[in-house]
Design a protein around this ligand. Sequence first.
Ligand code: PLP
Length: 356
Amino acid sequence: MKVHNFSAGPGILPADVLKQAAEACINFDNMNLSLLEISHRSKNYEAVMDESRNIIKELFEVGDDYEVLYLGGGASLQFAMVPLNLLSENGTAGYVNTGVWATKAIKEAKMLGNINVLASSEDKKFTYIPKNYEIPAGLDYIHLTSNNTIYGTQIKEFTQTNVPLVCDMSSDIFSRKVNAKDFTLIYAGAQKNMGPAGSTMVMVKKDALGKTGRKLLSMLDYQVHIKGGSMYNTPPVFPIYVTLLTLKWLKANGGIAWIEKINQQKADLLYNEIDRNSLFYGTVNKEDRSYMNVCFLMNKPEMEAEFDKFWKAANISGIRGHRDVGGYRASLYNALPLESVKVLVDVMQDFEKKFA
Ligand SMILES: *Cc1c(COP(=O)(O)O)cnc(C)c1O
């Protein structure tokens, strides 16, 4: 039975990737050993690590002025590591507050230095992306969240500035083309759009590091991890491997140009239905709508229980909204096929025919 998995995170992975991952648990690389029981210093695993670093640079089209790390602690640890490594002792960083994750990033950074919240969409429950805000001189960096997983908004055009840009791309990394060279640091927890939970990718421009005047604990210092080739300590070997398989799947199928088109088709199909269907409405500003997380509500919330029966009968999973927004959230991550969105749209149309 095929389940249409719209989970917001951990999210859907390609079926082929799951098969290869399962095989690696039994017999990795024809070693007759499980990936889970070999040294991370083994030649076979070192090759995984090298390939995992390189494929990020390849997909982002950046050169050797950037380093790639895979760290534990989730994207949430990066809320702390970013200011620890980039905010100088008496400096100020700018943050744009577009939701729960950005709020958490701000909270951590405030414990370490001066934070200037340049713009916020909290006044309208994070249903839009603030634009054209002023950028004061002398900021150490600006922190953005490219896609707001909970509210379903997405930055379509990034701020043009000379200030170093840092971006949490956890829920839309490699879903569309971005100009990665415009960013000093990009991070993403793998479990939304590129792998399982347990590893977080950090790509950082080398020359931005070592300038804060702050003494850092080794595990919190990007430079220590860079020097160790992301193996200063034992890395999350299995999540890194499954992330590599997922990125190789993306590359083999046509890369970001290929997936961007499909992601656009999926989002257009669903948003068009939300706008057309008399029983539903979208929750965010149209021009800021996320192509990854589609949030929508029912005009008559008392009909939700009935609608839930409908989509469950169609083997749809994971579309209940986040508790902060309610209603529904369909996550259309890279591995979700267009066919699954068609099934959801059919269900919405059948439901309208029966109940409108
Ligand atoms: C899920 C998410 C996080 C938190 O990730 P963890 O790996 O659970 O720490 C941070 N930022 C964004 C945009 C997310 O979607």
